[in-house]
Write a protein that binds this ligand. Structure first.
Ligand SMILES: *Cc1c(COP(=O)(O)O)cnc(C)c1O
Length: 392
C-alpha cells in the first residue's frame, strides 16, 4: 500500500534543479570525480573541550537527572552561559524567561511558526533566503510574502514596498544578517528601522543569527537585541552549528521577547521534550570559551575565502569579498545571461564542480551562485584549479 503525502508536504517547494541533481548523479555514476561546493556544513571537528564536556556530563553518576527529559530538567549552566555570552559579546541583558534552548535553529524556526501562527496567517520572509522560514509557514498552514533582497539595496529589504494587506495579515517577519546566501551584513541602524517597522505593524520580528560569529577582518556583527526596546517585538535565533562546528549536535537558543519564547517552549514541551542534558552542558562549555573558539574556526574560513576570491579573479569572474558567513556569493559570468542554472550546469559539465545556483534560494537569487567554504583545503584547491582553467 502506498500512502499519499499530506497536503502540507506537497506544498513544500520542489527542488528547483531536478535536472542538475540528475546530472550530478549521472556524472558520479560514470566515475567522474565530482567535487561539491554546494552545502554549508562545517568539515572541521568541534573543539576537544566541548567533546570532553559531553563525555563528562553523559557519564556523571552524581547527576541523577542526566538521562531524563531536557525540558523538564534544564541545565542551569546552559542558560547562564547564554546570558553571559549575550552580555559579554553584545552588551545585551537577558532574563531567564527570555531564553529557550533549541535543537538547532532549523527545528526551532518551524516550531516557533507553529506556536505563533494560525491557519491563514501570513509571514514575511526574505528572497533569496533560507528555505526553512517558508517551510515553517507551510507547516503552520500560513502563507509567505517574499520581500526581495537586491544588490542595489545592499541585499536589505525595502519595508516601504510591503503591501498594506501583508502588513495587516503578517504575524512574523524573518531577517537574517550576516545573510545566507548573499553574505550581506546589517548595521544597528538598519536593525533599528526593522524594529520600528515590526512595532508599527504589530509583527514579531524573528532574527536568524546563524552566522553572527563567522566574521572576518575585524568585522563584528550586531545582535538585533542591541536596539533599545527590541525585546518588545523581537526574538533572535542563535545557533552553535556554524560558529562552533557543531551542526550535528542540534543545539542553539531562542532569546528575546518573553511571550514568543514561551510560545516556543510550549510547542517544544509538546513535541520534542528538550535537548539531552549532556549536550546542554557541552554547549555551555562552548559558549564559555567562545572567543578562543571563534578565532580558530574563522581563521580556517578566512584563508579559504581568500583562496576562492583569488581564483574567481583569475578566472575572470570577480566576486565581492564577504565580511561574514561561510559562503562566497558571486554574480554568474556574463556569457550565461544571468542564468544560474545554465552556469551551474556548464560548470558541472566542464569541470565536475558543483555550486549552488542562486535561484535555489528564490527567484531574486537568480543571476548569482553560492560557493560554500566548508570543504577541506585540498578539495577546495582542486575545485578552484578547475574553475580557473575553465574561466581563463
Ligand atoms: C545553517 C543555517 C541555519 C541552521 O542552523 P541549525 O542551528 O543547524 O538548525 C539556520 N539559518 C540559516 C540562515 C542557516 O544558514
Amino acid at each position: 500500500m502506498e500512502f499519499a503525502l499530506a497536503n502540507r508536504l506537497s506544498q513544500l517547494p520542489p527542488y528547483p534543479f531536478a535536472k542538475l541533481r540528475t546530472a550530478i548523479a549521472e556524472k558520479k555514476a560514470q566515475g567522474h570525480d565530482v567535487i561539491s561546493l554546494g552545502i554549508g556544513d562545517p568539515d572541521k571537528p568541534c573543539p576537544d573541550i566541548v567533546v570532553e564536556e559531553l563525555c563528562r556530563a553523559a557519564n556523571n553518576k552524581e547527576d541523577g537527572n542526566k538521562d531524563r527529559y531536557g525540558c523538564d530538567q534544564p541545565v542551569a549552566a546552559f542558560n547562564e552561559a547564554v546570558i553571559s555570552f549575550y552580555k559579554r559579546r553584545y552588551g545585551v541583558t537577558l532574563s531567564a524567561d527570555q531564553v529557550c534552548a533549541t535543537m538547532g535553529s532549523k527545528d526551532a524556526i518551524v516550531k516557533l511558526c507553529m506556536g505563533i501562527m494560525n491557519p491563514g496567517d501570513m509571514a514575511i520572509a526574505p528572497c533569496p533566503g533560507y528555505p526553512t522560514y517558508n517551510i515553517g509557514h507551510v507547516f503552520a498552514s500560513g502563507t509567505t510574502y517574499r520581500m526581495p533582497l537586491i544588490a542595489e539595496k545592499g541585499f536589505k529589504p525595502d519595508f516601504a514596498a510591503i503591501p498594506a494587506e501583508v502588513k495587516r495579515l503578517a504575524k512574523i517577519m524573518w531577517l537574517n544578517y550576516p545573510n545566507n546566501p548573499t553574505t550581506a551584513t546589517a548595521d544597528l541602524d538598519f536593525f533599528k528601522k526593522a524594529v520600528d517597522f515590526a512595532r508599527e505593524n504589530n509583527i514579531l520580528l524573528a532574527h536568524d543569527s546563524a552566522y553572527s560569529e563567522n566574521t572576518y577582518d575585524g568585522y563584528k556583527a550586531p545582535s538585533i537585541l542591541e536596539v533599545a526596546g527590541a525585546e518588545d517585538v523581537c526574538v533572535e535565533f542563535f545557533s552553535l552549528s556554524k560558529a562552533f562546528n557543531m551542526t550535528g549536535w542540534r543545539v542553539g537558543c531562542l532569546v528575546g521577547n518573553a511571550s514568543a519564547v514561551k510560545a516556543l517552549k510550549l510547542t517544544k514541551d509538546n513535541i520534542d521534550n528538550g535537548t539531552l542534558r549532556a549536550i546542554q552542558s557541552a554547549a555551555a562549555m562552548a559558549l564559555n570559551n567562545a572567543e578562543d573558539i571563534f578565532q580558530q574556526v574563522n581563521s580556517v574560513y578566512k584563508a579559504r575565502r581568500d583562496m576562492v576570491i583569488e581564483a574567481l579573479k583569475k578566472a575572470g569572474w570577480p566576486a565581492e569579498v564577504p565580511d561574514a558567513t561561510i559562503y562566497v556569493w558571486a554574480p554568474v559570468p556574463d556569457k550565461y545571461n544571468g542564468s544560474s542554472e545554465a552556469f551551474a550546469t556548464d560548470l558541472l559539465d566542464k569541470c565536475n564542480v558543483v555550486v549552488t545556483p542562486g535561484r535555489a534560494f528564490g527567484e531574486h537569487g537568480e543571476g548569482y551562485y553560492r560557493i560554500s567554504l566548508t570543504y577541506g583545503d585540498d578539495v577546495l584547491k582542486e575545485a578552484l584549479k578547475r574553475i580557473v582553467e575553465m574561466g581563463s
